[in-house]
Design a protein around this ligand. Sequence first.
Ligand SMILES: [Zn+2]
Length: 210
Amino acid sequence: MCEGFGYTSGWGENMTGNGGQIRVRILSEKGLGAIRLDQKPGSFYVLTLPEGAPEGSGDMFLKGMEDGRNAPPFFLEDPLPEGLGRSEIKAYGKTVLEKCLDEMVPELQKKLGIPHVCYSLDCPGKAFGLCSRDGLIRLNPCLVWMRRDVLREAVLHEMNHLLMQSEDQLFTEHPPAFWENLTMLEPMWPYLEGWMRGRRRAGRKHGICV
Ligand SMILES: [Zn+2]
């Protein structure tokens, strides 16, 4: 499955699906830091998958986390101009991110039939995204270090909150129906969300992500 992680004995494949927990052993350097920065090979981690997550999503999530952590420094598909300093790279990255989102957000909005969506790059704290009833999706600027398909999944996740909204549901809640619907929109979401988490760990090391 992954080089960096392995399941411990006694936790069968049936634990990788719907709402299950997987006890994971950090096998090698490759898995280090993707979960907790201070973890050593041989230590354990319990991953709890949300209820409504599809079968096999535990595998996908861990694979994504490992790939994200070990990906090259930039997700940007365009080659980075040479000779830029750190703050210039950040500013350049933001421009590329906005360019990408200016196309992606209206396209997905139309596809999903959501009446009004706009985005900003000022998501506070550690969340990758937040949204509110008025259709504002606030994204973490850290997403510039992700891949395009990962960015798309982050947008879809927030749009799914807008689709699933009801009077009594907060926008931070993820009931089983939320994940079931997200699976229809993007079946690879466990991999892509895992990738995002692993990538952030790597980004923190480089002072890019919070
Ligand atoms: Zn959410």
